[in-house]
Design a binder for this molecule. Structure first.
Ligand code: NAG
Ligand code: NAG
Ligand code: NAG
Ligand code: NAG
Length: 381
């Protein structure tokens, strides 16, 4: 058993990928992944707040020296040390709202957020000193990076090829008897196997929010539905080759990861923490391109609400800064587990970039070409 925990060295900073919290019904076209809008629930805000609190106790707590980010401002947020971005595509406002809820746990209100006026009065900020850390709302028509799998014709070709594969057809056949039994619980959603994400999502949302449904669904059905949903999404959001279009969801995020890690490695640069609030799709592609899932089939599939991935940059006593990957699958799990990338516990930053740069999609023009998109999302320019 390899020890995956970095035993020495200081933590220079982290890149975080966080999924949004619990939401209401959601539907996406199984052939294009065109989404419908939905709403974040009170539970969703609680999950994100809990995730923010967890991240604060991990990375902003000097009492945990092995995971404390050196020189980060812990009480008063220093916005020069932070980059916060949220995918504003697909699911309506829920990802942006999730980032707000996460930040309220990461940087809670503090009376130290105050100011003493010329007349001698000290004023604490609104809501007991809540700090309004700015979030960049990443608009899909202006920036393809956080939601690059929609309006991408070659991605649709890839998805259809997966649906036509013998692997997919065999799984569909195996699943058919179960799906027939599930049909009365699938609302009006088609139980055609191509629609498996939407079937899973319907059941998942009902199981969380509808007591009648919860009381009537046979015991194993929810887990069976998730396993089939996992198979479906794993096939759609991975590819046989890291540089395949099936991995587009992470390939367009990689450039900002490289830039942020490089900035964090430069200790005269203030950046310490970059958060990308996203959907579940880039997680699947990330685990595929870094080969994290190669020996860990249990991390294949749809991550839970408020799941988080961290790329930690540690300064090793001798040698170059090293990247470590950690993952926590939502709020019900407290195991923030290290995962190997390319079969090793930690990868020197230069090697991490060298291995992944060839699959990165760096510009909108590169994305247009990779997708064969010629008109939408800035591709006509
Ligand atoms: C000082 O100024 C603030 C803001 O204008 C005001 O609310 C406060 O009452 C003033 N305090 C005194 C002692 O005048
Ligand atoms: C809750 O589940 C029951 C049983 O499946 C269903 O009849 C009802 O329409 C559901 N309610 C809502 C609000 O979805
Ligand atoms: C990526 O996923 C594809 C499709 O599931 C699989 O064939 C390939 O082996 C995966 N690659 C890695 C490195 O896990
Ligand atoms: C996250 O947890 C769900 C529910 O337990 C499971 O089905 C899924 O495979 C897990 N995903 C990952 C990526 O570990």
């Amino acid at each position: 058993m390899v020890n995956l925990l970095p035993s020495t060295g200081t933590l220079l900073g982290v890149i975080l990928l966080a999924r949004h919290g619990d939401r209401l019904d959601f539907f996406q076209d199984p052939f294009t992944y065109d989404p419908s809008a939905t709403e974040l629930t009170p539970l969703g805000t609680a999950q994100e707040f809990q995730l923010g609190t967890f991240l604060r106790s991990t990375y902003l707590n000097p009492k945990n020296p092995s995971t404390f980010i050196t020189n980060i401002s812990t009480d008063l947020a220093n916005i020069d040390q932070l980059i916060i971005r949220a995918d504003a595509a697909g699911e309506g406002n829920i990802i942006l709202e999730s980032a707000m809820a996460l930040l309220s746990g990461l940087f809670p209100a503090t009376h130290n957020f105050n100011t003493t006026l010329a007349n001698g009065t000290t004023v604490v900020g609104a809501l007991g000193g809540y700090q309004y850390v700015p979030i960049e709302s990443v608009e899909p028509n202006l920036d393809i990076s956080l939601n690059s799998f929609t309006s991408c014709p070659n991605f649709d070709v890839h998805t259809l090829a997966f649906y036509n594969s013998s692997e997919f057809k065999a799984k569909a056949q195996e699943a058919a008897p179960f799906l027939n039994k599930l049909q009365p619980f699938a609302g009006n959603r088609s139980i055609d196997f191509t629609n498996m994400f939407n079937v899973f999502d319907f059941v998942n949302v009902q199981m969380i929010h509808n007591k009648t449904f919860f009381d009537s669904l046979p015991p194993t059905f929810a887990a069976q539905t998730q396993a089939l949903g996992n198979f479906h999404e794993e096939g759609v959001f991975t590819d046989n080759e890291a540089g395949g279009i099936g991995n587009v969801a992470i390939r367009t995020i990689l450039p900002s990861i490289f830039t942020s890690l490089t900035r964090i490695a430069n200790e005269s640069d203030p950046l310490k923490l970059a958060l990308n609030q996203i959907s579940y799709k880039p997680f699947i592609s990330l685990f595929n391109v870094t080969q994290a899932s190669a020996n860990h089939p249990e991390i294949e599939g749809i991550v839970n609400y408020a799941a988080v991935v961290s790329l930690e940059l540690h300064k090793s006593p001798a040698g170059s800064p090293t990247v470590f990957l950690k993952f926590k699958n939502g709020t019900t799990e407290d195991n923030f587990r290290p995962l190997p990338m390319f079969g090793s516990a930690g990868i020197p930053l230069n090697e991490f970039i060298e291995r992944l740069a060839p699959v990165a999609i760096n510009t909108t023009a590169e994305w247009c070409k990779a997708c064969n998109q010629t008109t939408l999302r800035g591709c006509s320019a």
